[in-house]
Design a protein around this ligand. Structure first.
Ligand code: G4P
Length: 543
């Protein structure tokens, strides 16, 4: 047998059959990210209506859960646990299987969002047209850029008075560092918003007061005297549109799928989620343009979705699904092969085999048992604390996905006990919370003090409460002026030893015994960096 034929025969053996492969090709896994209040919930609901998962709006996020306070956190956790909010909303649309991953709206859970981004193949960014690019979107976009995720942008709320549209595009390019490719363009805004012109199909969709959308199908070469157009638009509106289009043509590229898939350009849409205006168009484009699950990198090799054997990684752990039983669910993004009920998983880190009978998904608040799942799908498996974020599951192969990043926390406190006999319990609790990705904690070199670090301040309260309820430990906080930590490493062993010796007062171990440097401000950090050129200071590490 020739080498080529042999390779082909081998490939045939180790890839899924055509029926399964065609299922993978019809999967689209994406997340919506936005600054709170930009319209993520509204648009999600419209998508679910299109997918026929729900039949009315107002189901996903009842108002009482929107603005919560510290004391509500258990409720939030419970709500997050049982509701649609924790999870993946899967639905069929135009023959495609869509997995829409939810990202927490509150910034105190933003680390969760970063991790969700590792599990998707595409992202929809929503920008509130009346506010342009906001801080949280900038931060999330940084992560999307690291992962080179293809991004579609939706400028929402154009029925309100918005920023100058060109200024929004300018903001996106400067702040989010991605080139814009307008796909459609609004005619007017706020009270004078008349509709949208589709640059690629020359179609105008009119926005009428009672939200009924009238589409002018005419293949228009815009002309302000056009008799047909003048039935719907004022002369000055057509002239303005012509002017805008001229500007767009000279300043922006036209859509290039390759650049979109590389995360270099973002196709940009305008619309109004509340009025369900322009939403269907976006979902159509997600189906058309977003990639199906393809390849993921592991430490040792590239893993292809169409491979026969199962592999996947944990990107999220949700505790308190059932507080009485310390029930936890680990969410796994499937990378290759397929999941079937009752199959054996090899847990690469612990080298243990698990039989998975009850993988679940959450749809509209209901747990649903999953019988079969494919790459791009997310499955939730129950565990008692032995699974960490970043863990890989396979059917026996020793691979580790390098997908889930851990970010340096931004707020710090010293955590200590009233009763030092409980130290072991405290460490066990902190270790588990850290493995869930809720917090980071560090033990200083000098006196073994425990520094607790979080990304959202709300987590400080959550930690004390969870330590009390789940681990029966009463802990307290002391203020600290630490405001920055960096993981340190070096290829120069000698330089690393010298650095450690000279700076041991500012060093600590993290949960994985890796060393971090902590300091009080960026000037001190920069000074140290300039003094120790051989030391690498990192803001991020792999889970
Ligand atoms: P989020 O999940 O990103 O936090 O945003 P959400 O969808 O909850 O929307 C935030 C607010 O913006 C909501 O108003 C929502 O109705 C409004 N909104 C969303 N899309 C549009 C739009 O296209 N046009 C206009 N004018 N408003 C929009 P709210 O007053 O906070 O809540 P509600 O009383 O409307 O539920």
């Amino acid at each position: 047998m020739s080498f080529k034929r042999e390779k082909f025969a081998l490939m045939k053996k180790i890839i899924l059959d055509q029926k399964d492969i065609s299922k993978i090709k019809r999967r689209r896994t994406f997340a919506i990210i936005s600054h709170p209040d930009s319209g993520k919930t509204t648009i999600t609901e419209k998508f679910l209506l299109l997918g026929k998962v729900i039949h009315q709006t107002g189901i996903i996020k009842p108002k009482r859960f929107k603005k919560y306070t510290k004391s509500d956190w258990m409720d939030i956790e419970r709500q997050r646990g049982i509701s649609i909010n924790t999870s993946v909303m899967s639905f069929s649309y135009l023959g495609y299987h869509i997995n829409l991953l939810d990202t927490p709206g509150h910034e105190d859970f933003s680390e969760d969002t970063y991790r969700v981004l590792t599990a998707v193949d595409c992202c929809l960014i929503i920008i509130d047209g009346s506010k342009s690019v906001e801080s949280r979107t900038e931060k999330l976009m940084k992560v999307a850029r690291i992962k080179k995720i293809p991004i579609i942008t939706f400028i929402n709320k154009i029925d309100r008075n918005t920023y100058n549209y060109i200024k929004i595009l300018d903001d996106i390019e400067r702040k989010l560092k991605i080139f814009c490719v307008p796909i459609n363009w609004p005619i007017g805004c706020g009270k004078l918003f008349k509709g949208i012109y589709d640059i690629y199909t020359n179609k105008i969709s009119l926005f009428t007061q009672n939200s009924l959308i009238k589409v002018i199908k005419k293949n228009i070469f815009l002309n302000h005297n056009d008799f047909f157009l003048r039935k719907y638009l004022e002369k000055n509106e057509i002239l303005q549109l012509l002017e805008d289009l001229e500007l767009i043509q000279s300043c922006y590229n036209s859509f290039n799928k390759r650049k979109f898939l590389q995360g270099k350009e973002t196709p940009l849409f305008f619309g109004s989620a509340l009025n369900n205006f322009g939403i269907k168009n976006i979902l159509n484009k997600i189906v058309l343009w977003a990639p199906y699950p393809k390849i993921r990198n592991s430490l040792t090799r590239k893993v292809f979705s169409i491979e026969k054997y199962f592999s996947g990684f944990v990107f999220k752990i949700q505790a308190n699904m059932n507080p009485k039983h310390h029930d936890r669910i680990a969410f796994i993004r499937i990378v290759s092969g397929k999941y079937t009920e009752g199959m054996k998983f090899y847990h690469v880190r612990t080298k243990k085999i698990k039989i998975i009978k009850n993988a679940v998904n959450f749809i509209a608040g209901e747990r649903c048992l999953i019988k079969k799942a494919y790459p791009g799908d997310i499955i939730g498996i129950h565990h008692m604390g032995d699974i960490k974020i970043g863990d890989t599951f396979t059917e026996g192969e020793l691979i580790n996905f390098i997908e889930v990043p851990k970010f340096a926390p931004e707020y710090f406190k010293i955590i200590y006990l009233k009763d030092s006999f409980q130290q072991k319990k405290l460490l066990r609790g902190l270790k588990q919370l850290s493995e869930e990705g809720v917090i980071s904690f560090f033990q200083t070199f000098i006196d073994r003090s425990l520094i607790l670090g979080v990304i959202g301040k709300l987590q400080f309260d959550i930690v004390l409460e969870r330590l009390k309820i789940e681990y029966h430990v009463v802990a307290k906080y002391r203020k600290t002026d630490i405001s920055i930590i960096r993981w340190i490493s070096s290829t120069n062993k000698k330089a690393f030893e010298i650095f450690k010796k000279e700076n041991d007062l500012f060093l600590a171990y993290d949960n994985d015994n890796e060393i971090i440097f902590f300091t009080t401000n960026i000037f001190k950090l920069n000074l140290i960096k300039s003094q120790y050129k051989d030391i690498y200071f990192s803001e991020m590490k792999r889970f």
